[in-house]
Design a protein around this ligand. Structure first.
Ligand code: FE
Ligand code: FE
Ligand code: MG
Length: 162
């Protein structure tokens, strides 16, 4: 992004970068939670659940990628060390202690609900700041998170209805 491109992000670009970095931390933790969940999940319908978790892991990593690009475009730096992910994340990491499909799905549904809340608030903030370029990216991510929650809820319903 050029000088004027950055300028139109508004005067609080540093605050915007900070918030984008917090979401970036959430995405890495979500990625790992899905990734490791897919490795250990067992129980009813576990092949279907494993496949969905793997797909979501891939999509969370893409979100991290998109946020990193945006941060760099705005003149910032994505968090440079994984220990900052825990410090900066908005949503907590839900360690998958219980490998049962239902337990894993419930934890990840909670994670998605947190992500939806974070992105909705971030979108409102960006709207107030007039940073429409970042807002556009965040809308795309928010759409994915809404779909993720729905996919997991549908799987959980299928398992409970079996
Ligand atoms: Fe995500
Ligand atoms: Fe998600
Ligand atoms: Mg899905």
């Amino acid at each position: 992004m050029g000088k004027f491109g950055r300028e139109i992000a508004g005067p609080n670009v540093d605050r915007i970068i900070e918030k984008l970095n917090k979401a970036f931390a959430d995405e890495w933790l979500a990625y790992y939670q899905y990734w490791v969940g897919a490795k250990i999940v067992k129980g009813r319908m576990h092949p279907n659940v494993e496949e969905e978790l793997e797909e979501h892991a891939k999509e969370e990593l893409e979100h991290a990628e998109e946020l990193a690009k945006l941060i760099v475009q705005l003149g910032g730096k994505p968090l440079l060390s994984p220990d900052e992910w825990f410090k900066e994340a908005n949503c907590k990491y839900n360690k998958p202690d219980n490998p049962d499909t239902k337990a894993i799905l419930k934890q990840n549904i909670e994670g998605e609900q947190c992500a939806i809340k974070v992105y909705k608030e971030l979108l409102e903030y960006l709207g107030k700041e007039g940073d429409h370029v970042s807002a556009h990216e965040i809308i795309d991510i928010l759409e994915d998170e809404v779909e993720h929650e729905e996919d997991l809820e549908n799987l959980l319903e299928d398992i409970e209805g079996e």
